[in-house]
Design a protein around this ligand. Sequence first.
Ligand code: HEC
Length: 120
Amino acid sequence: MKKSVLAILTLGILSIPAFSQNLESQIEKLAKEYGCAGCHAVDKVVAGPPYRIVAKEYKGKPNAKETLVKSVLGGTMMKWQSKARKYGIKIKMAYMPAQHGVTKEQVEKLIDLILKLDTK
Ligand code: HEC
């Protein structure tokens, strides 16, 4: 009994880094598929803010998911100028064009994953 509990705990601990690696590659894969990867990556600035910083900014905020999905589908402008300063990054574009090649469900799925990123 004790042994099996220990085995489960060990497995749990071992799978944490594996899981977070998986999450990042899942996000990069979807971003590529949905046409976001030309402007976004998980950890570096391409043209827009890195997804991990987006997660940091919105995690725990009310309506985080709805806000972000709306931004992606409708586009945003100048929203990240002051946020970028706050995080010490340089955004290379002042706006994100509305993304028409994706469905709301696809964007929701990707935003859910982004908001799960480890931001510590
Ligand atoms: C042509 C470049 C470009 C493409 C393509 C693009 N983005 Fe963006 N994205 C940006 C820029 C630039 C910003 C910051 C805009 C601003 O300051 O208002 C941004 C901001 C965001 C934000 C933060 C919005 C907010 O309200 O704070 C999210 C989330 C995001 N993008 C996700 C996506 C997803 C998902 C896709 C693909 C479906 C995508 N982006 C495609 C350039 C792009």
